[in-house]
Design a protein around this ligand. Structure first.
Ligand code: B12
Ligand code: SF4
Length: 470
């Protein structure tokens, strides 16, 4: 009999990685499914009795994942439990945790495919599978990473399996879908995972790979039947090859004709390209400013974007009436109140449509993690908050409060063009009663931004929120 796998997760959200792996496994004849909230659905899991349980793991969900792994192993001791995704890629040692049998580093298709083929109920049967760490008593067996999938191989992958989450009403009716068109980013920003990822794969193929335009368009045509209103293109480097973007826009405009949003680097945003994207249906472009202080951006964050690139990009976007969202961060331990205001200020100057701000999290595997001292040294014990909108993990309580206040008020400070004196009054040790209002202010702007970007009514937002609680 063929092995089967069930992916488990906490969030009521469609995970593209899991849908991609499911499509790959199903095309090879394996049964793959999803169960959200495994504790509540333990009877279902016991009934299905999968040979393998997989978790796609981001660092902030580590605590949940380890508790879920232990719970599953107590209930289904014969099941192989494997973790994959960003966290185990950067912290393979997580395989030593109780409840976890194996982890997968980097791209999952080839490894999980081979693991499903070879697993015979004993851990020794999967010890040779590339990219895998397997627990063996007190020691761990490692295998080297296999080469990255080539652009041709990516184009030949079956499209993400969109039927996977259909049993969940919030997801079945979700008006926004995601798609990926490329993998990899050659840059090395110090807060991002890509530098480390590229080191793991050094010598194992080209870092940046793009699917053929045809394979993406065919996937989107199929996706149309799910009735989406907005599409997110999740690529880190969607605009980096001009000819590819031109071919994509040309076909998208004719064959898909639905609104989409994408990410870019400010240096890539030029008037002609913006006009092309707008004609094809692009409704919002996202790009990173991160800090309004050029030196912090370029030296500390290692992001090769000058202030002038940002002003020029904004000009090109305004010229064509293209709304844009900017990613900003606060939270470097030596970041001053004036530095933060410069981040607010640059967004005021360029009249960002959707100013977004998060609190810097030095996730394991990033260059910043090496440099920063955080509240609890043991990063793997789940010291990171669930969301980067929550709080800073640095030691200094006064700075933590400053970052909290500035992040919560950021959209307000930018949109209302708040001046320096008022900014200082609002973010530097405000009265406790005033501070209680900051999270609602943040969520008001956040919700309003989501509603506008995806053309949703308040009632649609409310319906979606209710579904996500079911
Ligand atoms: C889209 C996206 C989101 C979406 C959806 C996230 C999701 N859960 O799928 C949203 C907007 C919800 C989101 C939210 C967050 N995100 Co996000 N997100 C991304 C983004 C841009 C693309 C992910 C993607 O779909 N890739 C395409 C698929 C095909 O690749 P993949 O998921 O990596 O899967 C492959 C492998 O990892 C592996 N694999 C994955 N799972 C498994 C499981 C098993 C068992 C196996 C064997 C293999 C395997 O195989 C897959 C195919 O090769 C990435 C950046 C990036 N380029 O990857 C950041 C990224 C994953 N996000 C990140 C972060 C920090 C967050 C947040 C925590 C931010 C926050 N708000 O605080 C939240 C938390 C979300 C959550 N609920 O856990 C970080 C993760 C860092 C870390 N150390 O974990 C990333 C890497 C961005 C970054 N530059 O740092 N995110
Ligand atoms: S450009 Fe974006 S994806 Fe690439 S390394 Fe920098 S932050 Fe990461």
């Amino acid at each position: 009999m063929m092995n089967s796998i069930i992916f488990i997760q906490r969030e009521i959200e469609e995970k593209l990685g899991v849908m991609v792996l499911t499509a790959y496994l199903r095309s090879r004849g394996y049964d793959a499914r999803i169960v959200i909230n495994p504790r509540k659905n333990i009877r279902l899991l016991k009934k299905l009795r999968p040979e393998i349980i997989g978790i796609s793991l981001l660092t902030p969900s580590l605590k949940w994942a380890l508790a879920a792994a232990r719970f599953i192993k107590a209930q289904l001791p014969d099941t192989l439990l494997i973790l994959g995704g960003p966290h185990p890629t950067f912290r393979p040692e997580v395989v030593r945790e109780s409840g976890v049998d194996a982890i997968c580093i980097g791209e999952g298709e080839k490894s999980l495919g081979l693991l499903m083929e070879r697993y015979d109920g004993s851990l020794s049967s999967i010890r040779d599978v590339p990219n895998i760490r397997v627990k063996d008593g007190d020691s761990v067996t490692k295998t080297p990473v296999s080469s990255l999938l080539s652009a041709d191989e990516l184009s030949e992958l079956p499209p993400a399996d969109r039927t996977l989450y259909q049993d969940y009403p919030a997801l079945r009716k979700s008006p926004v879908k995601s798609v990926w068109t490329s993998r990899g980013c050659p840059y090395a920003c110090s807060y991002c995972f890509n530098a480390f990822y590229n080191r793991i794969y050094h010598g194992q193929g080209v870092i940046f790979r793009q699917r053929s335009v045809n394979s993406v368009i065919e996937e989107l045509k199929e996706l149309k039947q799910y009735g989406w209103k907005g599409l997110n293109i999740v690529d880190d480097q969607f605009l980096c090859r001009r000819e590819w973007v031109e071919e994509f826009c040309c076909r998208y405009e004719k064959e898909i004709m639905l609104p989409f949003q994408c990410l870019a680097t400010a240096t890539q945003i030029k008037p002609a390209l913006v006009s092309l994207l707008k004609r094809a249906g692009c409704e919002v472009i996202y790009f990173g400013i991160e800090s309004g202080v050029e030196e912090i951006r370029m030296k500390r964050y290692n992001k090769p974007v000058r202030d002038d690139d940002i002003y020029y990009a904004a000009e090109a976007l305004h010229l064509h009436g293209m709304p844009f969202l900017t990613y900003n961060m606060v939270g470097l331990p030596d970041e001053t109140i004036d530095d933060i205001y410069r981040t607010v200020r640059i967004n005021q100057e360029i009249e960002t449509t959707y100013p977004w701000c998060s609190i810097l999290q030095p996730y394991p595997g990033t260059a910043l993690a090496e440099e920063m001292t955080i509240k609890r040294r043991d990063q793997d014990a789940g010291s990171f908050p669930y969301s980067y909108f929550q709080e800073s993990v640095i030691n200094d309580p006064i700075k933590r409060e400053l970052f909290f206040n500035a992040q919560k008020l950021f959209p307000y400070l930018v949109r209302k063009k708040v001046d320096y004196d008022k900014f200082v009054r609002l973010v530097k040790r405000p009265a406790r009663s005033a501070r209680l209002l900051y999270p609602p202010v943040f969520y008001w702007f956040f919700g309003k931004g989501v509603r506008e970007r995806y053309n949703l009514s308040w009632s649609a937002m409310f319906r979606y929120w209710i579904y996500s609680k079911l």
